[in-house]
Design a protein around this ligand. Structure first.
Ligand SMILES: Cc1ncc(COP(=O)(O)O)c(C=O)c1O
Length: 411
């Protein structure tokens, strides 16, 4: 069986032909709220949080990367479960404040923060601005002197190593993210000297969607080793070490879950080794999809079933305008492969191979050529692992269809 689908369905049960969340059939939820629909199951988020708390060192602070899913109800849940938020724009920053959380738990990264966004972050006195270039640092100093405020900052560094096995790499080689290691010492010294700057430490985000715990561990070890040698070189205490994250979830047929137990033990050993060496800094992981990816299901109704030549097409009322990742166009991998999906109300039916497509006038709007239970118009397709980079990462205005509903199913 498709490993990713198997992994996603461990959270659900089957009653007759219906896939169910607790005692609710997913097809009932689809009818109740109307399709296309995203459901987010709070219990799955909670289970993940408990797993992380059990398996990761208490010394690790977990920040939620808002870009994964900025839905206001999700933010409220995440703020109660985790230590802070990583935001990537003033818009995300505002969403976190609107959800009722204090500015001090927010850190802000992104290679292209506008002056307006920096002014907003400084005005709100957020916990940490992750500076990504010399010019950005100069803008911050200027704004601080204009408005008479101090800014808490860290330096995002583009490491010399990359993170093998990552779906997307944000570090190593020539990159738009952060400053290269050769340039870091001079900027760090300037930060530490600048009276309007409260210098906190460093930030390295090497990659995302990584399912290889050994590769992740070796990435973290590289970061800690680098931080220790940097601290010695510059002679300035580095009290905030944001080590990024990159924990992945299975999306495709051959992918298995991350070995969190192994990763947790390895991280614990690394922190024991480096904590005293570094003077007991605050260690941070910023995670998105690992925290919320599995809680979400995108539910759409089949509008039409038709054949063209020898192929069967199921045409849904939802598509890539709500779920770009499911169409394989968000860049999770080079190959376009189907995300885990099935017909949620036909579980015991014989399977057939069909093209699952959206309503848009483009062949890109295709969720896959897949073997799924035999379906008819009116049945409901569920795309699993859809809690992260779903609706908010999609070209929703394309073709002017209505937005999908998003519903959090409470515990
Ligand atoms: C700086 C930074 N932090 C956190 C994340 C979240 O990554 P993920 O959702 O894979 O955990 C990203 C993703 O692009 C990122 O660029």
């Amino acid at each position: 069986m498709n490993q990713a689908l198997k992994s996603a369905l461990t959270n659900f049960s089957i009653r007759g032909n219906e896939l169910c969340w607790g005692d609710m059939a997913l097809s009932e939820l689809a009818r109740k709220h109307g399709t296309p629909l995203y459901i987010y199951c709070e219990r799955i988020i909670q289970n993940k949080q408990q797993l992380l708390r059990n398996l990761l060192s208490e010394n690790l602070h977990i920040y939620y990367a808002v870009k994964a899913n900025p839905n206001p109800d999700i933010l409220k849940i995440m703020g109660n479960f985790y230590d802070g938020f990583d935001v990537a724009s003033a818009g995300e920053l505002k969403r976190v404040l609107d959800a009722g959380f204090p500015a001090e738990v927010i850190s802000f990264a992104g290679p292209g923060k506008s002056r307006e966004e920096l002014r907003c972050a400084i005005h709100e006195e957020i916990g940490c601005i992750s500076v990504e270039s010399q010019q950005e640092f100069e803008h911050i100093v200027q704004i601080c002197s204009d408005v008479g405020k101090k800014a808490s900052v860290s330096l995002r560094i583009n490491p010399d190593f990359d993170l093998s096995g990552s779906g997307m790499k944000m570090g190593g080689g020539s990159k738009q993210f952060g400053v290269d290691t050769e340039k870091a010492p001079a900027i760090l010294a300037a930060m530490a000297d600048e009276p309007c700057i409260n210098f906190k430490g460093i930030h390295i985000f090497a990659g995302s969607q990584n399912l290889h715990s050994e590769a992740l561990l070796s990435g973290f070890e590289n970061i800690l080793k680098y931080a220790a040698s940097l601290q010695q070189q510059i002679g300035i205490p580095i009290q905030w070490i944001n080590m990024g994250g990159g924990f992945g979830i299975p999306y495709f047929a051959h992918e298995h879950e991350l070995d969190l137990e192994f990763l947790g033990k390895g991280l614990d050993n690394l922190l024991k080794q480096y904590s005293s060496l570094l003077g007991y800094p605050k260690f941070i992981l910023e995670l998105g999809r690992y925290l919320v990816g599995e809680c979400g299901v995108y539910l759409t109704e089949i509008l039409y079933k038709k054949t063209s030549k020898e192929h069967i097409f199921l045409i849904m009322d939802g598509g890539m305008h709500h779920h770009l990742a499911a169409s394989g166009n968000l860049g999770q991998s080079l190959a376009r492969r189907p995300m885990p999906l099935t017909v949620v109300n036909r579980q015991n039916f014989p399977v057939e191979k069909v093209h699952v497509v959206g309503p848009l006038c483009t062949p890109l709007d295709t969720f896959g050529f897949v073997e799924i239970p035999r379906a008819e118009a009116g049945d409901i397709i569920g795309v699993f692992q859809s809690g992260a980079y779903g609706f908010s990462a999609s070209p929703q205005l394309f073709l002017s269809h209505p937005a999908p509903k998003e519903v959090v199913i409470p515990v």
